[in-house]
Design a binder for this molecule. Sequence first.
Ligand code: NIG
Ligand code: FE
Length: 409
Amino acid sequence: MKLIGPFKQVVTLANLPLRGKLSDDQLEIIVDGGILINQDKIQQVGNFEILKSENQNIEIETIEGEQIVLPAFVDSHTHICFGGNRANDFAMRNAGKTYLEIAESGGGIWSSVQHTRNASEEELLKTLLERIDFLIDLGITTIEVKSGYGLDVENELKMLRIIKKAQAQTRATLVPTCLSAHLKPRDFEGSNEEYLQYILSEILPKVKEENLAKRVDIFIEKSAFQPEESKDFLLKTKDLGFEITVHADQFTPGSSRIAVEVGAKSADHLEATIDEDIEFLAQSDTVATALPGASLGLGERFTPARKLLDAGAILAIASDWNPGSAPMGNLITQASILATFEKLTTAEVLAGITFRSAFALGLDDRGRLGENLKADFVTFKTNNFQNVLYNQGSLKAEKIYIDGNSILK
Ligand code: NIG
Ligand code: FE
């Protein structure tokens, strides 16, 4: 057993509901608090001095100066395993070039596919681990990572095996997702339906055999996969035993409805979701995931997070870190900016990057500070937890704890 503290404020996020709007007076804030750890789990959270007197002869890890502590953050949507760089896409887009012009000049998702296919495994693993370390430094200890830049058996498996290797070399939890249905690759000879069938018969059985991912994602959009073929594909992946998540309603509405109908764990993007579908999502257990990093990377509207919360949806916020639409990777900055544009309370943002995004990944053992939960948390050198979002990402995390032990920075 070990007691860590004292903290000026312990923001537990305990007792907050899974869905719907939150006000900041619902937040439980323990002043002069401590966290009692038993192995890799939290045993108790409470007043530091009381915990100390009730638990004599245990190790005390003293916190110097004024610090606050929050549950560690969860980024439930990233594409951080990739080769190359798309800075030229970004520059061209800002110079007024269209999606088509960028793709024709060698940019777009296809260019990341070629760079990822051509990259050595060592290089892909090294850059993936660097990006994981960047996220850990922000206080993020659970990270979803998608494939989707391989787009054939060999290269999708290569990506997922690298993600598995990265898991053996990091203390963060990685949650791999198979996104072979990102786009039909240019070198696939056949229709969209045939490519989706190829994923079902050639890729997913191997993913299962090697235990490389338990989740499957698809990009439903005019430029990628169409609603009907996608629905059919998703129902079949479900029959194979995979959990489902969907890139939905990014530019055109309609696909979040499919995500709900097939029982997806989450529908992500939703920038173009119409009011009727907001209601539909809100009445389901499918998490609505806002990806403000993609809005900022593309100069597009934000996900209607306020409306989703008011309707009672489970709103998560994730980075979508990828080389094309969301190159920033700083989830704290992005979530803070989403809050200013969508008028989200601090409680709603913190819930969106902790237990609500954990729920999207099927994880109920983290994202709050309470008994028996995974001892992952993040401290900041400040006396007021509001400063974390107020500083829009420029207040750096002081210490990051995983399974009760701090990561040395
Ligand atoms: O989530 N929308 C589709 N896929 C990614 C973009 C990937 C890329 O541009 O490389 C996204 O924004
Ligand atoms: Fe994405």
